[in-house]
Write a protein that binds this ligand. Structure first.
Ligand SMILES: Nc1ncnc2c1ncn2[C@@H]1O[C@H](COP(=O)(O)OP(=O)(O)OP(=O)(O)O)[C@@H](O)[C@H]1O
Ligand SMILES: [Mg+2]
Length: 126
C-alpha cells in the first residue's frame, strides 16, 4: 500500500484531490504514508482521525491529509479550511471522502480500498 502511494506521488503535479473510500483498516492511511513520503516530506504520518486534518509542507508539494470520518457536517469541513486547501495548488487527500461527496470537486480521483483474502486492493473509479 505504501509502495502504491509512492508510485502515485511520483505522478502528482499539484492541484489534485484524491478521494479515498473503503472500510476501516482497508489501507487508506498506509497508502497516504507512502504518498507523503514519496513527495519527500520528512517525519511521521499519522491518521488525522482526531485532528481532522494534517498538513505536510516539507516536500515537493504541500499535502493536506483529511479524514471525514469524524466530521459532523459539510459546514464543519468548510470551517477547517476546505476551500483554502483546494485553492493551494497542493495535494488534498481525504479518507472517508464518500461521507460528503458533494464537497468534492468534479475532478477528484476516487480510489476505492478493500480488504480481500490475503491483503488489500485498490481500484480507481471513474
Ligand atoms: N496489504 C496491506 N496494505 C495495507 N495495510 C495492511 C495490509 N496488510 C495488513 N495491513 C494492516 O491493515 C491496517 C491498515 O490500516 P490503515 O490505517 O491504513 O487503514 P484505514 O483505511 O486508514 O482505516 P481507517 O478507516 O480506520 O482510517 C494496518 O494496521 C496495516 O498494518
Ligand atoms: Mg485511516
Amino acid at each position: 500500500m505504501e509502495a502504491l502511494g509512492r508510485e502515485i506521488a511520483a505522478g502528482l503535479g499539484g492541484g489534485e484531490v484524491l478521494a479515498l473510500v473503503g472500510g476501516l483498516g482497508a489501507g487508506k492511511t498506509r497508502f497516504t504514508k507512502g504518498l507523503v513520503a514519496g513527495l519527500g516530506h520528512e517525519g511521521e504520518v499519522t491518521s488525522p482521525t482526531f485532528a481532522l486534518m494534517h498538513e505536510y509542507r516539507s516536500g515537493r508539494l504541500p499535502v493536506f491529509h483529511l479524514d471525514f470520518y469524524r466530521l459532523g457536517s459539510a459546514e464543519e469541513l468548510i470551517g477547517i479550511g476546505w476551500d483554502e486547501m483546494l485553492d493551494e495548488g497542493g495535494v488534498v487527500v481525504a479518507e472517508w471522502a464518500d461521507r460528503f461527496p458533494g464537497m468534492l470537486p468534479p475532478e477528484a480521483r476516487v480510489l476505492a480500498f478493500e480488504v480481500v483474502e490475503g491483503g488489500r486492493r485498490v481500484r480507481e473509479m471513474g
